[in-house]
Write a protein that binds this ligand. Structure first.
Ligand code: GLC
Ligand code: CA
Length: 552
């Protein structure tokens, strides 16, 4: 079995994790300070969001030098110390590689602007269409067209995100070689994992860049067959040469079929894939900037389809609820006000016992929540500010727009980590770059570790994955698929079974356990409610999660 199936990854958003020098911005020395805390949690790998040199228009996803550390976050010596100290505590480092685009301040783009033909071929530069339209009608993911004027020329350059994030031309072998060198540079520093940002967008439509006659361009630049070739090539040229590296691709609007290809080990592309369909179940008609209660059956069906489909194709899922681009799952899918601990542990167990590799986003192990900011000035994210403007252009009032922003902004998950009940939650001695959530006196590491029930629950889930091969490697079977408030599943390995029941609502509910599991010897494994035996009917308390182990 693959070496990473029993591992758990913890995502550190460096800007908001721990500030060591009082400038209000988290940094690498702050991460070093807290390594013992992370080791105590029991995680194996730390994914750090980008800390490379960057104008920070998109919080570091606009990189101007891939081989340097932005002084905001520290120095190369700090980074090397981090790698070694983490390793001494049994943890490895996973870096965030943003290879689909570079900052327009990157030397390559600057040379292109200055007229250097070689570097102009590093990007997608095109003239307007004959009728004067932009080269294609593709829309930027942050709103507006995906083309901007290239300096004083008649050309335009492509940017699927912000205008300061220019898409790199992967069709050019020189570009691919440069990017391979970047990955190798970090491998040589002892990095053992890579998260590849929006990696399924690197192969733009293979022949020509043309208008999408049916929409916004997505199908012409997403999951193109050539992406698989580029990944295989990168694997061979870089991380595939170093034993035990772990890679995960962030896949935008992808399919199960493609993710099987990206992550099936025989393909030699990546170890696993992030997909996002399960986090769109509170979007009205697929539109993120809208409000609706989440659709539980849709959530369950999507998780079930991905578990089943990826198993059948021998692919591997990255399992997650939170990251730096999502609002807090506890605020979206559960009830942190009335059932704080139950909600946090329910969400944790639901994914930690599935087939795949669980990711914990910083603060999740405390049950951190959305901040409930009042004013648009409290938000820093570029996508949020664009959406705020666009929603009002569409005719929404200021307060209607704010209501949506408060639920959907990416800043919901970027708030400073809550360490203590002291000022600024112990995150900084200065002024935090983003406001701390008001509830930090109740929700913080010091309190949670001393007498909470969430952190210790995560510890047990992480341990279980290491102790029981059935959790790391068992097959998956969805149960009670029609049930409107419980997501139930079984894992199977060599005749053993683990049964998991996850109740997503506050009204108690009684379920019938499928008969085939009743006459076997079983024991209570883990849960956030009362310890019980497996009986033919089970009554689940609000937000209860419970798992049983059945002998072969
Ligand atoms: C990914 C990142 C996100 C960033 C975008 C552009 O989705 O997770 O934070 O804005 O790519 O790089
Ligand atoms: Ca700092």
């Amino acid at each position: 079995m693959s070496n990473f199936h029993d591992k758990v990854v913890y995502q550190v958003y460096p800007k908001s994790f721990k500030d060591s020098n009082g400038d209000g911005i988290g940094d690498l020395r702050g991460v070093i300070e807290k390594l013992a805390y992370l080791a105590d949690l029991g995680v194996d790998m730390l994914w750090l969001n980008p800390f490379f040199t960057s104008p920070q228009n998109d919080n570091g996803y606009d990189i101007s030098n891939y081989k340097e550390i932005d002084p905001l976050f520290g120095t190369m010596a700090d980074f090397e110390e981090l790698v070694h100290k983490a390793e001494a505590l049994g943890m490895e480092i996973m870096l965030d590689m943003v290879l689909n685009h570079s900052s327009t301040e990157h030397e390559w783009f600057q040379k292109a602007l200055a007229g250097d033909k070689e570097y102009q071929d590093y990007y997608y530069l095109r003239p307007a269409q004959e009728n004067g339209d932009l080269p294609t009608n593709w829309e930027s993911k942050f709103g507006g067209p995906s083309w901007s004027k290239f300096g004083q020329t008649d050309l335009y350059y492509m940017h699927l995100f912000d205008p300061t994030q220019a898409d790199l031309n992967w069709h050019n072998p020189k570009v691919r070689e440069e990017l391979h060198q970047v990955v190798n540079f970090w491998l040589n520093k002892g990095v053992k994992g890579f998260r590849f940002d929006v990696i399924n967008l690197i192969g733009k439509s293979t022949t020509e860049l043309v208008d999408d006659l049916t929409g916004n361009g997505k199908p012409l630049y997403t999951d193109q067959p050539i992406v698989h070739d580029y990944l295989k090539e990168m694997n061979q040229a870089t991380f595939g040469r170093v034993a035990d590296t772990v890679t995960v691709g962030e896949m935008s609007s992808t399919t199960i079929e493609n993710c099987v290809l990206y992550s099936n080990p025989t393909r030699e592309e990546l170890s696993m894939a992030f997909s996002f369909h399960h986090l769109k179940v509170d979007y009205v008609d697929g539109e993120k900037w809208s409000l609706m209660p989440f659709d539980f059956l849709a959530l369950k069906n999507i998780l079930n389809d991905w578990q089943t489909g990826m198993s059948e194709g021998d692919g591997w899922n990255a399992l997650f609820w939170n990251n730096h681009d999502q609002p807090r799952a506890i605020s979206r899918f559960a009830d942190p006000v009335n059932y704080h601990s139950e909600s946090a542990t329910l969400l944790a167990q639901t994914i930690h016992l599935l087939r795949g590799t669980p990711y914990i986003y910083q603060g999740e192990e405390l049950g951190m929540t959305n901040p409930d900011y009042e004013a648009i000035e409290d938000f820093m994210d570029i996508e949020t500010h664009n959406a705020y403007r666009k929603l009002q252009e569409k005719g929404l009032s200021e307060s209607e727009a704010m209501a949506i922003i408060r639920e959907k902004s990416r800043d919901n998950n970027r708030t400073p980590m809550q360490w203590t009940d002291e000022e600024h939650a112990g995150f900084t001695t200065g002024t935090p770059w983003l406001k701390v959530v008001d509830n930090y006196r109740e929700i913080n590491v010091a309190k949670e570790v001393a007498k909470g029930s969430i952190f210790s629950y995560y510890q047990r889930l992480i341990q279980l994955r290491k102790e029981l091969p059935i959790i790391a490697n068992g097959s998956y079977e969805g149960l009670l698929l029609e049930h409107p408030s419980v997501y139930a599943y079984a894992r199977h390995l060599n005749g053993e079974t683990v049964l998991v029941f996850n109740h997503f609502y506050a009204e108690p509910v009684t379920i019938q356990v499928p008969e085939e599991y009743l006459n076997r010897s079983s024991r209570y494994l883990i849960g956030n409610g009362q310890e019980r035996e497996l009986t033919s009917s089970l009554t689940l308390a609000p937000y209860e999660t419970i798992a049983f182990y059945l002998d072969a």
